[in-house]
Structures are given as C-alpha cells and as structure tokens.
Design a protein around this ligand. Structure first.
Ligand code: FAD
Length: 348
C-alpha cells in the first residue's frame, strides 16, 4: 500500500486556487486576509472591506465559528454532536442546533435529488475503504465486508424533524453512521459569509477547502477570480478561470485524495450503489450555486455519477457545472451554458 495523496490540509487548496495567491497580482495594502487550518484542511478569507478590529478580530471570530462547527459535525472528534449521534441508540431522537440541521437537510434533499448518489449515511463504506477517521485498510475489503457495511447505509434510516424552535435527528438502526464530511466545507463557507455580512462586509472571497463563497469586488475594484486547478503534475497549472460574481463555487475531485493498494488506485468518493470507490474517468466536478452548501452537495454527487450521467443531470437541472475528464494522457473540460456565464478567461 502506498498512500500518495498530499496531506489532508493541502487538499482543498489544490482544487481551487485563489488568483490572489498565485503571484499574478501584488497584494494591495487595503486587503485583509486571514488563513488557518480547520476540518483537516485549510481556510482562507480575503476582504476588501474593513473588518471591525482588523485581522486579529476577524481570525478570532472565524476560528470560533469553525471550532463550533467541528464540535457539531466532525466525525474525527469522538465527543462531537455527530459522533454522539452515531454512537447513540436507535429510535431516540437527539436535539441538534439549527445550523447542523441545515446541513443534514441539505444532505437528505440532495440525496433524493440525485437518486442516492450523494448519501450522508455512506460513512461505514468510507471508513471501510479507509477514508474516514479509521485507518487505511491493509487489503482490499472483501464482498462480505462491503455488503455488511451497505446494510448500514441509506437516508431512509435517518429522520430530521422540526419541533418548534429546534430539530430532532433520529435513526432507525443503532449503527447508522452519519458522515457530513462532504458538506462541511461548503457549510463553513456559507456561515463565514453570514458572519461577514452581519458585520457590514460586502466584498469578500472565502475558501474552505474546495468550497468558495464570493461577493462584491477585490481591493482593486474588480470582480474576484478563482482558478479551477488542472489535475496534472504541473504545479500551478489551472484549467480555467471563473468569476463567481456573488455566487458559491465548489469543486470535488478524485485525483488528490486517493491511495494505491496492490497497484490499483482507490478514490475517497464512494458509489453507494456498489459500495466501492468510483473508477470512471471524471476527475473533477465544479458547481456554481447561490450557496456553497448546495454546490458542495452536488459536486460529490456528480463525481459519483461519472462524466456522461453528470453532464446529463446538469443539463436536465440547468446547473452551472464544469467537468474535467481524463482523456488519453491529458484532460478534457466540458461545461454547461450556465457555467459559461461565469468563465473569466478573456477578461483582465
Ligand atoms: P468532497 O468531495 O467534498 O467529499 C468527499 C468525502 O465525502 C469523502 O472523503 C467521504 O468522507 C464522503 N463521501 C464519499 N462518497 C460519498 C457519497 N457518495 N455521498 C456522500 N459523502 C461521500 N479530515 C482529516 O483528515 N482530519 C480531520 O481532523 C478532519 N476533521 C474534519 C472536521 C469536519 C467538521 C469536517 C466536515 C471534515 C473533517 N475532515 C477531516 C475531512 C476532510 O476535511 C474532508 O471533508 C474530506 O477529506 C473530504 O473533503 P473533500 O473536499 O476532499 O471531498
């Protein structure tokens, strides 16, 4: 077995590259920028409006928000709310905060919309294949182990009920394992955006791993630009440049987070229908929607679908989608007309 993915902390930044970081433009002094580690990855927040208290206050507030989210939805923290839910009994609904309920509801909705391609109960399979908090497998899981794990998967075994001012999260089998890892970064981008807007900041670019939220302009008065990184070995190579114009952009990919076992490559994205990591030629999917949470749910589902089904789904739902597909020794990009509206190739 040869783990060859980069550190989890680097993954997100490798999917999308904020152009402000590429050295293309010198950093203007009016810009406020903080970065740090969260959720096993990185976050970067750049503002061209002042933040009350400056960078130290911004960093403190953002990190307090992220710490609270980790305490709610991190399966890597055995004491988090989600871990307590996963360890708890069946048919004993647990009260959860509104912010966490929003993420679970998005997971359930996207699960229905995508015919189960996104499944927030896929955790037993993620862990079996060695991509969760558990260790990597020393050998490929056998059919029996995959089948056993699949018995524990399915959003029909999960319930979310609104009760007055709170929400109740329940499960019908004791060993259901809720895994919101695929949605956490998008949710965090949205929550940071809400924090900023609550402080009167209307010009910002936020990235938490591959999930970006943007609004307004950069400190030069121009729209923010984000690069979609090409999945090649060339450092800094990017496939296209996007100006999200107040929207959210999220990218999922199979080419950074994987390992090799007995000469075969295993990606961290699992097809719930087979219980196995995806094997097709779609290497990255980017989606633009109003919220990063929605985009983060859809990009993973598209990755499960594979190139043809993902493009058909995007067209049927009129989504702004950009796919990178392995083609021979290189890569081919294809995108919907809705995504073309955000491409910023020729613009300076
Ligand atoms: P995405 O494509 O956004 O999501 C892929 C992930 O979703 C997979 O890794 C798997 O977990 C899950 N998944 C796979 N297939 C499906 C499917 N069909 N449907 C639904 N979900 C699927 N990682 C660490 O290494 N250490 C940490 O301490 C850590 N803490 C975290 C705390 C929080 C609150 C969250 C949300 C995540 C944390 N992670 C941690 C996980 C990590 O940051 C990423 O979420 C994970 O590596 C995948 O994110 P991605 O953007 O690379 O891929």
């Amino acid at each position: 077995m040869m783990p060859i993915s980069p550190l989890p902390a680097l993954r997100g930044l490798l999917f999308v590259l904020l152009l402000a970081l590429t050295g293309c433009q010198p950093t203007p002094p009016a810009q406020t920028r903080i970065q740090g580690k969260t959720m096993g990855t990185y976050y970067v927040v750049t503002l061209s409006d002042p933040f009350p208290g400056g960078e130290p206050a911004l960093k403190e507030e953002v990190e307090r928000l992220l710490a609270r989210m980790n305490k709610e939805i991190s399966t890597y923290d055995p004491a988090s709310l989600i871990s307590r839910f996963n360890q708890g009994p069946a048919n004993a609904p647990m009260a959860i905060p509104t912010a966490m309920a929003r993420i679970v509801q998005q997971g359930i909705d996207a699960g229905h919309l995508t015919g189960g391609k996104l499944d927030v109960t896929v955790g037993p399979l993620v862990n079996l294949w060695g991509f969760g908090p558990d260790k990597r497998p020393v050998k490929r899981p056998d059919a029996q182990a995959i089948n056993d794990a699949r018995q524990r998967v399915g959003i029909d075994k999960l319930t979310l009920l609104s009760q007055g001012d709170h929400f109740l999260l329940g499960k019908s089998i004791p060993d259901l394992y809720l895994d919101l890892s695929t949605l956490g970064e998008g949710a965090a981008s949205d929550e940071i955006a809400a924090l900023l807007e609550g402080k009167g900041v209307n010009n910002y670019l936020i990235e938490v791993a591959g999930a970006v939220r943007s609004k307004g302009n950069n400190s030069k008065g121009k729209p923010w630009k984000v690069a979609i990184v090409e999945p090649s070995d060339q450092p800094g190579a990017f496939s296209d440049v996007v100006s999200p114009n107040g929207m959210a952009l999220s990218t999922a990919g199979s080419y950074r987070n994987y390992y090799e076992l007995d000469g075969k490559r295993y990606s961290h994205i699992i097809d719930p229908a087979t219980g196995q990591p995806i094997t097709h030629k779609l290497v990255s999917a980017s989606v633009i929607t109003p919220t990063a949470l929605e985009a983060d749910a859809l990009d993973t589902a598209l990755m499960v679908m594979g190139p043809e089904q993902a493009m058909a789904f995007a067209k049927a739902h009129q989504l702004a989608v950009y796919l990178i597909v392995k083609s021979g020794d290189g890569f081919k990009a294809q995108y919907t007309p809705q995504f073309a509206l955000y491409l910023a190739r020729e613009k300076s």
